[in-house]
Design a protein around this ligand. Structure first.
Ligand code: GLU
Length: 273
């Protein structure tokens, strides 16, 4: 019986990987041009990267503007599919999306599985806490900290504060709700995301982002491993956007002095070494 089950599950595995293989095109650039649409996996509850505009009920944000610029250059339409931190890589690998534009940090571990564009946004990991409760990293020792499943935030915080209890939610707004309800004492992820969550919260006066940073987080657009034509096209496009000033314009639109999320642009889009 055991053997039968093992054979069955092996067959299922082969079938699944064969499907994944068949569904994911090797040359996404050619495929996207042919079908006339670029399907991007994006966040839908993380202002100002990807969130639902109350007026139009469509997803807008910094990440979306990069997708739009790439699609415009290709002369194709855009379809946005919401993803979570944990689902974005499998969605790409299974061919359900053509690219990831979802607050995703590039790191060597992930780069074994997918390819990344040059860095198009740069931030670092911090915390939201109750005002005045945290001055230094050691104040978080032994505390309960909320974050999202499948994120670098989850991995980094476990390393930086081994005594903490890390609670992983599907997304960061859920982790923030747990903080508001007193179920965790801090929420951790990239500062730019935390700033967005705090800016939109009616309770923002009670919370703050202390000057405690535990990592650098460079964001890349994710594409399938070895999808060279597409990676080259995306990189060329975003380097042109930097040169023409379009990339800075997008940054200022979402993070400039007149926005809720005001941040300094401490990076330029340059070719990876
Ligand atoms: N940038 C980090 C990551 O890619 C945290 C944000 C997120 O979960 O999307 O894991």
């Amino acid at each position: 019986m055991k053997k039968v089950a093992a054979i069955l599950s092996l067959t299922a595995l082969v079938a699944i990987s064969a499907k994944a293989f068949a569904a994911a095109p090797a040359d996404t650039l050619a495929e996207v041009k042919k079908k006339g649409v670029l399907v991007a996996g994006v966040k839908d509850s993380l202002p100002p990267f990807g969130y639902i505009d109350e007026k139009t009920r469509t997803i807008i944000g910094y990440d979306i503007d990069f997708v739009n610029a790439i699609a415009k250059k290709l002369g194709v339409k855009v379809e946005l599919k919401p993803v979570t931190s944990a689902s974005r890589m499998p969605q790409l690998q299974e061919g359900n999306i053509d690219m990831i534009a979802a607050t995703m940090t590039k790191n060597p571990e992930r780069a074994k599985q997918i390819d990344f564009s040059h860095t198009y946004f740069f931030t670092g990991q911090k915390f939201i806490t109750k005002k005045g409760s945290v001055k230094a990293l050691k104040d978080l020792d032994g505390k309960r900290i909320g974050t999202a499943k499948g994120s670098t935030s989850e991995q980094n915080v476990k390393k930086a504060i081994p005594t903490a209890t890390v609670l992983s939610f599907d997304d960061y707004p859920q982790a923030f709700l747990a903080l508001q309800q007193g179920k965790v004492q801090a929420v951790t992820t990239d500062e730019a995301i935390l700033a967005g969550i705090l800016a939109k919260s009616p309770e923002k006066g009670k919370f703050e982002i202390p000057k405690v940073q535990i990592s650098d987080e460079p964001y890349g657009l994710g594409m399938r491993k070895g999808d060279k034509n597409f990676v080259d096209f995306v990189n060329k496009t975003i380097l042109e956007m930097e040169k023409s000033g379009e990339a800075k314009k997008i940054f200022d639109k979402w993070f400039g002095p007149k926005t809720d999320f005001h941040l300094q642009r401490n990076f330029k889009i340059t070719a990876d070494k």
